[in-house]
Every structure is written in structure tokens, then in C-alpha cells.
Design a protein around this ligand. Structure first.
Ligand SMILES: Cc1cc2ncn([C@H]3O[C@H](COP(=O)(O)O)[C@@H](O)[C@H]3O)c2cc1C
Ligand SMILES: O=C(O)c1cccnc1
Length: 345
């Protein structure tokens, strides 16, 4: 997949959108990031003014992580399969937001450490491994499992796009997953564990120190091998994060926009950009997570989040919460009069 390239956004539409935004009957810059979001939407849709996204798909890529057994999270791994069932039942946080804002949610078991008996094949059939391994002790997954996960993530993006999606959101579910996500961001940015570590589901100070130590040991264990983004994913990420990365990269390759979520989503976006330069043009940031690594990664990608409300749930929830703002941005650019017309009338 390293040979693939992201599609090109429509520069003409971007230029038209910038011109229209500057000409609206509003003071310059008064729409803030909504104005920027409208310009971005114009470019990725190839049309000015842009349309509010109407077929939004959230794909939650679920997977467990061996680090969860090493004191880095406030919850046990047994929560992961229970939450997968909650997504299927439509009772998770993102399920509620998606219903409210007209988005569809699909959950897929990439690497949950449970057989998820009784769930439909469309949830479980793609399973790559039962849990990714603890990254401070060994590579999260083999290169073969990583390739399989990448193929799964790309296929899931293709399925959503072929079914008519006009905006994709990657969601995550997996106890412990903020640890490999922070490690991926540290390795991608050449930063130290102490700069990227955050509290995830809410670890106490001792848990935070253990988490920092696990990330630090993982970074030192993998060393320069992490320079290769595929090795980085296999060694420091895991199957779910590889699938998530390919999901985002395939969207960019197919020219379909993505609204990014929290630290897991943005970690994968960073790796996707390394694998397939130019991807970031197809990404907008839904929200800012309190995880320090997420802000560091957003800064590196040059993205400003639409929302900053302290959400730290994952699941794609922060992106779905930002959806009304993105749609508002589109209708503002299309419906607000031009100042010249207002003054001339
Ligand atoms: C009930 C529950 C629902 C969740 N939904 C998303 N997460 C989020 O929190 C976890 C990551 O945080 P950490 O690395 O600290 O474990 C992941 O499962 C992520 O999807 C949840 C966590 C819990 C407990
Ligand atoms: O940044 C996130 O999305 C996040 C933070 C904590 C736990 N789960 C997800």
C-alpha cells in the first residue's frame, strides 16, 4: 500500500470557495473555523458552494491490546466485547450521537480478545487476531497480520464508499488503545513518552507513570525500525490501528473526505499521511481530545479541530458531535448573501 497515492483535491473549487467566503455579508474571518471548514468541504467535494454531507458512515474498528494487562488503563479488557455488543445494539455513546445527527454506525471486530459468539458475520468475519500483543515486550502483531488488517480497513472504506458514503469517520473501541496510539504518535514525531502520555479512560498518577514507562520501553525496544510506517504500525500499534490507518488512507485515495476523532483516529491519520503523502488534504479534525498526543499530532498535520469540549470517549464520537458544525459550514457558504449584493440593493 505504500505505492498508493491520495487523490488530489479540487484547487479550483478551493479558490472559488475562498473568494465566496471573503465576499459574504459577514466581517472577514467572522465565521471562524466554520469558514475554513466550508472551504475544505468545497475542495474535497470539488464544488462551490459545498453540500452538507448527507451519507455519513462511522466504522468502529475494535481490538484489544496486551498492554491493558500491564496497569495502563482504568478498565479491564472484558469491557471491549461488551461495548462491541453495545454498538450492535445501538446503545454506545457514538450510537446515540449518530442517531441524533443522521450518521450510520458499523462496528467491526478486527482484533478483539473474545469470540463474540452470536454476533453477525458482518461484525466478526474479518477478525485478524485475538488481541494485539503488549508493545513494550514484543511487536503488537506480525507483518502478515498487519497486512491482513490493512486490507480489511481498506475494504471497509471501499464498502462504505461503494454504498454511497460522502463522509467517513473512523471509530475505535479497545481497552488500552490510547497507549499504542500515543506510542505511534511519539514514534511518528520523534518525541518522548513523557510528552505524549495522557490519562485515557482516567488512570491515576501511578497508572500514568506506568503508562509512560510502557510507552518508553516500547519506543526503545522498537528503535529505528519505527521509521518505516508499516513496521511502526505492526510493532507499536496493532491490528485495529493498522485497519484504522488503511481505512483513512483508502478514503483519501478514493477522494472521500474524513472527519477525524480523538487520539486513536489522529494517530492513524498521522501514519496514513506517512504511508500515502497527501492524505491529510482529505482530513478535517472534528474535535480536540485532552490527550496531549492528539494535539501534537493535529499540529503536525496542520489541522485545527472544530470542537474543543473536553470529550475523551473515542468511538468516533467527537467527530460525530462536530458533524452539525460541518453541515452548518456548508449551508453558510451556500446561503449567506454576498456583501456586494446586500450593499447594492
Ligand atoms: C465503557 C467504555 C466505553 C468506551 N468507549 C470508548 N472507550 C475508549 O476508551 C478506551 C481507551 O482508553 P484506555 O487506553 O485508558 O483504556 C478505548 O476502549 C476507547 O475506545 C471506552 C472505554 C470504556 C471504559
Ligand atoms: O482521545 C480519545 O479519543 C480518547 C481518549 C480517552 C479514551 N478513549 C479515547
Amino acid at each position: 500500500m505504500s505505492a498508493r497515492v491520495a487523490a488530489a483535491v479540487d484547487r479550483r473549487a478551493v479558490g472559488e470557495a475562498r473568494e465566496r467566503l471573503a465576499g459574504l455579508a459577514t466581517p472577514p474571518g467572522a465565521l471562524g473555523r466554520l469558514g475554513e471548514a466550508a472551504v475544505w468541504l468545497s475542495g474535497v467535494q470539488g464544488t462551490c458552494p459545498p453540500r452538507p454531507p448527507s451519507d455519513v458512515r462511522v466504522v468502529v474498528l475494535a481490538g484489544d491490546h496486551g498492554v491493558a494487562q500491564h496497569g495502563v488503563t482504568a478498565f479491564p479488557s472484558s469491557v471491549t466485547p461488551l461495548m462491541v455488543r453495545a454498538f450492535v445494539d445501538g446503545t454506545a455513546g457514538v450510537s446515540s450521537l449518530a442517531r441524533q445527527h443522521g450518521a450510520q454506525v458499523r462496528v467491526v471486530d478486527v482484533s478483539v480478545d473474545d469470540d463474540l459468539a452470536g454476533l453477525p458475520a458482518e461484525v466478526t468475519a474479518g477478525k485478524v487476531v485475538r488481541g494485539s500483543r503488549p508493545i513494550h515486550l514484543e511487536d503488537a502483531v506480525s507483518p502478515q497480520a498487519c497486512e491482513q488488517a490493512l486490507a480489511l480497513g481498506a475494504r471497509l472504506a471501499d464498502e462504505a464508499i461503494d454504498d454511497g458514503a460522502d463522509l467517513l469517520i473512523g471509530g475505535d473501541m479497545g481497552i488500552g488503545n490510547t497507549t499504542p496510539s500515543a506510542a505511534l504518535i511519539a514514534a511518528s514525531l520523534g518525541m518522548a513518552a513523557e510528552q505524549v502520555v495522557g490519562r485515557g479512560t482516567g488512570v491515576d498518577d501511578e497508572g500514568l507513570a506506568r503508562k509512560q514507562d510502557v510507552i518508553d520501553r516500547a519506543l526503545r525496544r522498537v528503535g529505528d525500525r519505527a521509521d518505516d510506517p508499516l513496521v511502526r504500525l505492526a510493532a507499536l500499534g496493532g491490528a485495529d490501528l493498522a485497519a484504522h490507518t488503511a481505512f483513512l488512507a483508502r478514503a483519501a485515495e478514493r477522494g472521500v473526505p474524513v472527519l477525524l476523532d480523538g487520539v486513536i483516529s489522529v494517530a492513524c491519520a498521522l501514519v496514513a499521511e506517512d504511508l500515502q503523502p497527501g492524505c491529510v488534504a482529505w482530513f478535517a479534525a472534528g474535535h480536540r481530545s485532552p490527550e496531549p498526543a492528539q494535539t501534537l499530532a493535529l499540529d503536525k498535520l496542520g489541522l485545527q479541530p472544530l470542537l474543543d469540549v473536553g470529550m475523551r470517549l473515542g468511538e468516533g464520537s467527537g467527530a460525530v458531535a462536530a458533524l452539525p458544525l460541518l453541515r452548518s459550514a456548508a449551508v453558510l457558504l451556500s446561503e449567506v448573501a454576498l456583501l456586494a449584493d446586500v450593499l447594492g440593493s
